[in-house]
Design a protein around this ligand. Structure first.
Ligand SMILES: *Cc1c(COP(=O)(O)O)cnc(C)c1O
Length: 431
């Protein structure tokens, strides 16, 4: 029956059989992913129960949003999940970049220095920091920036970091996910090691972690290993696919307070900020997040195994442990990147009939192709992929709200690659 259904959905027998064989080999991996998700589900439910989340919490406020029970309770729930003193979880935080900019701009003062000991930060932060000239950057406010790159093997350059921490170093930003780079993603334990080293040099450093794409991939979070502040986007992992907007910060009371005064206004802080109609989605999305993250992880592992078996370089490798939901596959030619993205798009429930093409996006130095048929526009916890059309011609794939959708999406990409003659339909040699 299922083969027939896949056939109706445009999947050939060869692609189906090959995918089944790969999936069969992954049952053990998937069980481990499910164990992490089970642990995190308990953590989320436990935090909701402890804070007495009630039906009234799901209703929003308007206007100033004074005494917003649902908002305040949700922030307490986040603080409990991340084991921090406080949290700021708001629809007024427009995206991940905004959440990170807010954390930086509110906790740094003119004359302070920001340090990244893990190399270049995420693209959009370059303008926040002022690495690329930009209006309103930290640089414009007299906040300087230093960076220590990772060692060629991906390890921390401890000597370089020791030299870079100075009198003015106030805040350290650590990006957990590789984002769209080829360096390894940092495990929570590696982040813990780095933070211990930094605090031994200068105990009052504020250690902030860009937690985007990492939430719920492990049973601990960076705030469990010494991070003073963790920051992320609600249209990625912790929004569970339901949050229609938003960002979060969780951390030390003082850091969160600083951020709240910057988000709203000095004197007002956390007391204002109406939650409108989003609380239901924030709560339910958070409730689903451990499970949705597991689905995205399974899809990434499946993709890595399919494409590694077919001989394409993949990062992380098929057997590697995961600390985020992003999967890179290198095709070595533009046709492969385009076919992959078109396959992802064809698997979408929304905009599945649309054919993505590469285009000259502002801010990029080459054409970029993006596949996203999402219920929440731009949401990258939903099945999505994108790739710059330039060497080495790699595609970055992430998300899937359900494992079944992720599996179908990857099968579609393979089908496309076979149809275009980029991959030979003779899979038997790989079995
Ligand atoms: C997505 C992402 C961001 C920025 O989030 P947006 O919501 O796209 O602004 C920052 N850092 C990392 C590592 C990310 O993955």
């Amino acid at each position: 029956m299922i083969e027939k259904m896949y056939e109706q959905m445009g999947i050939s027998r060869e692609v189906y059989d090959f995918s089944q064989r790969i999936w069969d080999s992954l049952k053990g991996r998937f069980e481990k992913i499910d164990q992490v998700s089970e642990y995190n589900q308990m953590k989320v439910i436990g935090a909701m129960q402890k804070n007495k989340v009630s039906e009234a919490c799901l209703l929003g406020t308007t206007g100033y949003g004074y005494n917003d029970l649902g908002r305040d309770t949700l922030e307490a729930v986040y603080a409990d999940i991340f084991h921090t003193q406080d949290a700021l979880v708001r629809p007024q935080i427009t995206c991940g970049t905004h959440a990170l900019a807010l954390a930086l701009m509110s906790n740094l003062r003119p004359g302070d220095e920001l340090l990244s000991p893990v190399g270049k930060p995420y693209d959009t932060l370059e303008e926040v920091i002022g690495i690329r000239e930009s209006k309103g950057s930290l640089k414009e406010y007299g906040i300087t920036y230093r960076q220590v790159d990772l060692l060629p093997g991906g390890g921390f350059d401890y000597e370089g970091i020791r030299k870079a921490v100075g009198e003015r170093t106030k805040l350290v930003t650590i990006q957990r996910s590789k984002g769209y780079q080829t360096r390894p993603t940092l495990s929570v334990s590696a982040i813990g090691e780095l933070i211990r080293f930094l605090k031994a040099i200068k105990p009052d450093l504020i250690c902030m972690v860009d937690n985007c794409y990492g939430e719920f991939t492990e049973i601990t979070e960076p705030s469990d290993v010494g991070a003073d502040l963790v920051v992320g986007s609600l249209i990625k992992n912790p929004g569970g696919g339901l949050a229609p907007i938003g960002g979060y910060l969780a951390g030390k009371k003082e850091c969160i307070e600083n951020a709240s005064f910057r988000l709203t206004s000095p004197g007002l802080g956390k007391e204002v900020g109406a939650s409108l109609q989003v609380l239901n989605a924030f709560y339910q999305g958070l409730f689903l997040a451990p499970s949705v993250t597991a689905n995205a992880l399974k899809s990434a592992v499946f993709a890595a195994n399919i494409y590694e078996r077919l001989g394409f370089p993949v990062v992380p490798c098929a057997g590697e442990e995961r600390h985020d939901i992003i999967q890179a596959v290198t095709f070595g030619n533009p046709q492969g990147v385009i076919a992959f993205c078109q396959g992802i798009q064809q698997a979408a429930a929304v905009d599945g009939h649309v054919t993505p093409e590469p285009w000259d996006m502002p801010g990029y130095d080459s054409p970029v192709i993006m596949a996203a048929g999402a219920f929440v526009s731009g949401s990258s916890i939903e099945l999505s992929a994108d790739g710059p059309i330039k060497p080495p011609y790699a595609v970055y794939f992430q998300g899937a709200l359900t494992w079944q959708h992720g599996k179908f999406g990857i099968m579609k990409t393979l089908q496309k690659l076979v149809e275009k003659g980029i991959v030979s339909a003779d899979f038997t040699s790989f079995s």
